[in-house]
Ligand binder design. Structure first.
Ligand code: SAM
Length: 330
């Protein structure tokens, strides 16, 4: 029986079009909107609010862009794009569409994990010669499971001006919607695609405090969740999908329940962030502990079932083992 819960947001939204060439969003008018806000503000607030900025000083500008909904762009991101001399991006077709949607026409240059030292040096030289260089990824916050880290390091060494223009990141949206603890979490990025390497990678996080946040793909999801249950125990999980898009969905439940769902229904489409509860976080009553053990005993030996439930619940292994032995003999 599937007990996982589902939240489905079908409210209409404007999504980043990876196919259409038409601008799919009304042009935002930051100046007009900030003008209204300025009327009610004192000068100190006004500095915090910021002003549209035509001239950018030379530097590297790390600009976050939408992860699905085109309206998730900040006034400052638009101002900065407006002032940038050149836009570095992973794929000029993807970023070209995004820029057109906001009415910008900018020189673009591909920058990705395969970019050479020479290319990085050229970018640094461009900033040193007075250019404002924007870095964008296909979607979301640059450098977060996306290229840019080496370039930022080089720019720091060269003493260049670097600033973050923050905005959406799938990891943070996933954590927010998960319903799991947000005070501490570890971002694991993408796990290795092969099971053996994935299990080894997960073992390093088994005792980490806080929630675990993982980027995953639909076709790999069920196998990956199964490895997570094997290493971390049957913890609470939230599979967050298509965040900020028309078919945004959050499936919450125990790992075992959510695995059963995807095994039964096949891999989900779209982009995915998995959030897993911290070790021992789930408050389990004696009854649900017993239920967990009984369920585990359907497919596991007493020893394995006890170990998994102990891991997930944070309860002493010996006590769980004794309970498992009793339940197995019934
Ligand atoms: N830098 C980006 C960020 O800040 O979110 C992440 C880039 S990473 C290459 C892409 C992965 O992020 C996807 O495979 C997926 O796991 C996650 N992701 C991106 N957009 C998403 C969305 N709208 N909903 C759920 N996950 C998303």
């Amino acid at each position: 029986m599937i007990k996982s819960t589902l939240q489905n947001n079908t409210a209409p939204s404007q999504e980043v079009s990876r196919n259409g060439s038409q601008p799919i969003v009304n042009k935002v008018s930051p100046a007009a909107q900030t003008q209204t806000a300025e009327d009610d503000m004192n000068p100190d607030d006004f500095i915090a609010l910021g002003k549209p900025n035509g001239d950018l000083k030379p530097g590297l500008y790390l600009i976050a862009t939408p992860i699905g909904n085109l309206r998730d762009i900040t006034f400052r991101a638009l101002d900065t794009l407006n002032g940038a001399d050149i836009v570095l991006c992973e794929d000029t077709r993807v970023t070209g569409k995004l820029l057109r949607a906001y009415g910008f026409k900018k020189p673009m240059q591909v920058y990705n994990d395969h970019s050479s030292d020479k290319q990085r040096e050229n970018i640094i030289a461009a900033v040193q010669s007075g250019q404002a260089v924007a870095i964008l990824s296909d979607a979301g916050t640059p450098l977060i499971s996306d290229p840019g880290y080496k370039l930022v390091r080089l720019a720091i060494e060269a003493g260049l001006h670097i600033t973050s223009v923050p905005g959406p990141s799938a990891a943070l949206c996933g954590v927010q919607l998960s319903g799991l603890p947000t005070n501490q979490f570890s971002f694991l990025g993408f796990l290795p695609p092969k099971s053996a390497a994935r299990i080894t990678a997960l073992q390093a996080w088994a005792d980490a405090p806080g929630s675990l946040v993982i980027y995953e793909t639909g076709p790999r999801l069920a196998d990956s969740l199964t490895d997570m249950m094997q290493v971390l125990g049957d913890r609470e999980v939230a599979v967050t999908r298509e965040l900020t898009k028309m078919f945004e969905e959050v499936r919450r439940g125990m790992l075992s329940e959510v695995i059963a769902h995807y095994t039964e229904n096949g891999p989900p489409k779209g982009e995915i962030v998995v959030v897993i509860a911290p070790k021992g976080e789930v408050v389990v009553s004696t009854e649900s502990l017993e239920q967990q053990i009984i369920k585990a005993l359907e497919t596991m030996s007493v020893r394995d079932a006890a170990e998994m439930v102990a891991k997930a619940s944070g309860k002493p292994k010996r006590a769980i083992y004794t309970l498992a032995l009793k339940l197995a003999s019934k």
